[in-house]
Ligand binder design. Structure first.
Ligand code: 1HN
Length: 356
């Protein structure tokens, strides 16, 4: 994470005798705190992250073009990073989170590797690709939320079994900037391109995905034992809520995905959610210290972020910076997936939100 304070350079506005003093202490790697204090300890968050929207219809052609330039295998992961316009060149979408759109074509493999960074996938376009985590494969369908836990082997592929199968695109969310901040990143490549599949598909979901857990299961991982949360099930829950209760005035019907063993976030660093806004919804304004990335699944609407109107459609991605006021409006019933670093902020006791 970068800070906007640059304590090393004396400000041009400082009085000459102070500047001379700063110049004399700099060779000793000393800097005057009083010149940087306000920026270091702001009265409220002053994020370099800005609101931004990536229209899928506009960027899909660039993504498809990338497949003519490089294979998934050569790229290792063929991804276009959704770089925050306020932080160019830093491979981040918020200060703490990375998001990108990954493309896999029929017949391709993205080779097995593992890293300390946790990843989530949210399927945006196409079907028939798979990801393998810890020897279990899961087939991707639009709207599925899939987890790659920290330090688990994972590879992706697309077997092109059906004649109508085409490109598959998903949103990757990773805690890359957080791990970089801690200088705690490790990674390694597997000896095989694709892991040997050692578990039948759906085993994790059968064991943990039905409000039941195998007896004598002892959980040691920090990450949910379910690694694919199918859209059909999450959508069904929202549809039932729409019939049974009024929407929240700020967020519509909003559910967070959980680790069934703890009730907490499914992964230590990121909290994903799915929400439904009814047609005609004009949400009240709210804000939180967790900058959030949204992926639009269904419907059309507008995210008003600090007064800036971001009109969204299915498959678009947008980002709401920390402490920016967000108002959600829906022209049609709209479903939004989102994720933020909220579990980390809660773990260290600094998360704040406000519903005004
Ligand atoms: C990664 O391993 C994946 O496994 C996606 O699909 C995006 C971005 C940076 C570093 C590693 C993946 C990534 C990544």
């Amino acid at each position: 994470m970068q800070t906007t304070a640059t304590a090393a350079a004396p400000p041009a506005t400082a009085a000459p005798e102070r500047r001379a003093y700063y110049d004399r202490i700099r060779p000793y790697h000393l800097a005057p705190l009083w010149e940087a204090l306000h920026a270091l300890v702001p009265r409220e968050p002053a994020s370099p992250c800005v609101p931004a929207l990536w229209r899928y219809a506009e960027i899909r052609p660039f993504l498809m073009e990338s497949a003519t330039l490089i294979t998934a295998e050569e790229a290792v992961r063929r991804v276009l990073v959704l770089e925050n316009p306020g932080m160019p060149g830093q491979s981040c979408t918020t200060q703490s989170l990375y998001a990108g759109l990954q493309l896999i074509m029929p017949g391709e493999v993205a080779p097995s590797h593992r890293h300390v960074q946790s990843a989530l996938r949210f399927i945006v376009d196409g079907r028939g690709a798979y990801t393998t985590v810890g020897g279990e494969r899961t087939t991707m369908h639009p709207g599925d939320f899939i987890i790659t836990p920290s330090w688990d082997w994972h590879d992706h592929g697309h077997e092109a079994l059906q004649s109508d199968s085409g490109p598959v695109v998903w949103l990757d969310g990773l805690d890359i900037p957080l791990v970089r901040f801690f200088d705690a990143g490790f990674a390694e490549n597997d000896t095989q391109q694709s892991q040997t599949v050692s578990q039948p598909e759906g085993r994790s979901y059968a064991r943990f995905g039905h409000n039941m857990v195998p007896v004598r299961h002892t959980h040691t991982s920090r990450t949910s034992p379910i690694f694919s949360y199918p859209y059909a099930r999450s959508r069904e829950a929202l549809a039932a809520l729409q019939k049974s209760e009024a929407p929240d005035a700020w967020q519509g019907w909003k559910l967070r995905y959980t680790n069934p063993l703890t009730g907490g976030a499914p992964m230590p660093t990121m909290q994903p959610c799915l929400q439904l806004l009814p047609q005609g919804f004009r949400g009240r304004s709210h804000r939180g210290t967790d900058g959030t990335v949204y992926s639009v699944v269904e419907g059309r609407g507008t995210a008003v972020v600090d007064g800036q109107r971001l009109g969204f459609q299915p498959q678009d991605t947008f980002v709401v910076p920390s402490w920016a006021r967000l108002q959600l409006e829906a022209e049609t019933d709209a479903v939004l997936f989102s994720f933020s670093d909220r579990p980390v902020q809660e773990a260290i006791g600094i998360h704040r939100e406000s519903f005004d």
